[in-house]
Write a protein that binds this ligand. Structure first.
Ligand code: GAP
Length: 459
């Protein structure tokens, strides 16, 4: 669809129950969003698809679910307490607050990202180029201050510094601290991977673009432990695997691209980092980061925890700290990409358009809708069918309004198949099954419906 705007997607998500504004009846909370009945289903399906691809189908792959609140020393060791921060700048004229690198990125329309620049370089660029404040248009800023993104809270009854803990800023650290546990209990051998899905929290200065950048979000992270000097090969392997996955879940190839980090932008410990970007309505944005993190994470945790985090190669008797390749993707960003990619407004006849979500059946919120043709005559049988199908799939039932209007609603929410229950069902045991994408209808035996749907979904 041409000219898809974020506003359209936000309204669509709200109207049909995918995503609502958080705490809406209290006037909302800035940039907080709640997933509604349809959004929750799609989100679970996304997570299931990722888990299948990265944990279930991958040999030597283990899934964990670590605590959100961890020993605060974890975040000291990882470097988050000292340097997980954004460069903050205030407009002296209108007092609005901005991320300095974001100001530059927007001003140069993405030609400069400011990533990896120190404060001096950012300040110089802003003053040399008279970068304007996006709110008031003046170019009169304070100096830059670093703003730490970790959310702090307190554990226990007192609120002194000894009780300070953090909400995790990424799920990855839960994996690193469990490296030894999984190695031992899983009898793992290098190379192997550990994945987890869970919430992460960042006190972002400039959240926005709907669920693209929020303060509370969900990540699907995978840490792949390998022998030093094999890391670049594995980096290439995971880059490809992630792109393949995105295409498998239905994203269009033309809306995806790799972006390699320049040497300037790379974290000091990383040998290579590539983002897979998606063409969102507001422009290209990072969807998935694939980073070669070398032996940085396990080394710092070994040092701070004073616990050996090495691997003893059973064949060569060599002992080393494994290198790590990390593909990390946000569930919410993938959700947004999938909705934007699948949403369409199609002209189906002169002057007649339909809203449709061409999401792949495996990810669709409902797999099938059961629709009695005439409520009075067919609802009893239709409810019987609903009871059978709902044991196998998320099934919806709708008996109100004309059949045409009910089809349209199912198209709009992405239900791949509608089953109409009519006299033929009662007399001959057949149903009409309608395909969302082609809008074609065929008659099949009711007893074959489950098999028909199962054949067409893969996770
Ligand atoms: N462990 C590495 C790590 O966390 P990151 O690039 O900061 O790397 C990984 O985050 C992914 O998490 C991003 O590619 C993005 O999909 C998602 N993500 C990061 N910050 C986010 C935010 N504020 N809101 C929504 N998703 C976010």
């Amino acid at each position: 669809m041409k000219d898809l705007t974020m506003e359209k997607i936000v309204n669509y998500c709200k109207q049909y129950g995918f995503v609502y504004q958080g705490s809406e009846i209290y006037g909302g909370l800035a940039n907080s969003w709640d997933y509604g009945p349809l959004g929750k289903e799609i989100k679970e399906n996304i997570k299931r698809a990722w888990w299948k691809k990265f944990i279930q189908e991958e040999r030597n792959s283990f899934g964990i679910d670590a605590a959100i609140i961890m020993n605060p020393q974890v975040w000291v060791a990882s470097g988050h307490v000292a340097s997980f921060s954004d460069p903050l700048i205030d407009c002296k004229a209108c007092k609005s607050r901005h991320r300095a690198d974001k100001l530059i990125e927007d001003f140069t329309e993405g030609k400069e990202t400011g990533d990896g620049w120190d404060n001096k370089k950012l300040e110089k660029f802003i003053s040399d180029n008279k970068v304007p404040c996006p709110k008031c248009g003046k170019s009169d800023f304070t100096g830059i201050r670093q703003f730490n993104l970790l959310f702090e809270t307190h554990m226990g009854v007192t609120e002194d510094s000894s009780s300070k803990v953090y909400l995790r800023g990424e799920t990855a650290q839960g994996i690193f601290v469990n490296y030894n546990n999984v190695l031992r209990s899983g009898r793992a051998k290098i190379p192997f991977g550990i994945g987890q899905i869970g919430k992460a929290f960042r006190n972002e200065i400039t959240p926005g673009n709907f669920i693209f950048r929020t303060r509370e979000f969900e990540q699907m992270e995978y840490e792949f432990f390998c022998k030093p000097d094999t890391d670049l090969e594995w980096h290439a392997y995971w880059k490809q695997k992630c792109l393949d996955f995105l295409k498998e879940v239905g994203l269009k190839e033309e809306n995806l691209k790799y972006r390699d980090h320049s040497p300037e932008e790379l974290s000091f410990y990383s040998k290579a980092t590539t983002d897979i970007e998606y063409k969102y309505p507001m422009g290209w944005g990072e969807l998935w980061g694939i980073a070669d993190r070398t032996d940085y994470d396990l080394s710092v945790h070994e040092k701070h925890s004073k616990t050996e985090l090495r691997y003893l190669d059973p064949e060569t008797n060599e002992k080393y700290i494994p290198y790590v390749v990390e593909p990390s993707v946000g569930v919410d960003r993938l959700f947004l990409a999938l909705i934007c990619d699948a949403y369409d407004e199609e002209e189906i006849a002169e002057g007649d358009t339909r809203e449709v979500l061409h999401i792949i059946p495996s990810l669709a919120a409902y797999k099938v809708a059961v629709l009695p043709l005439v409520k009075k005559y067919h609802s009893e049988k239709a409810l019987e069918v609903f009871n059978d199908l709902s044991k196998h799939f998320m099934t919806t039932y709708d008996e109100s309004g004309s059949i045409g209007k009910r089809y349209r609603r199912e198209d709009a929410i992405g239900t791949p198949w509608c089953i109409t229950i009519d006299d033929e069902t009662i007399n001959n045991g057949t149903v009409t099954i309608r395909d969302r994408d082609t809008m074609k209808q065929e008659t099949i035996e009711l007893s074959k419906v489950i098999e028909y749907i199962k054949e067409r979904i893969n996770f």
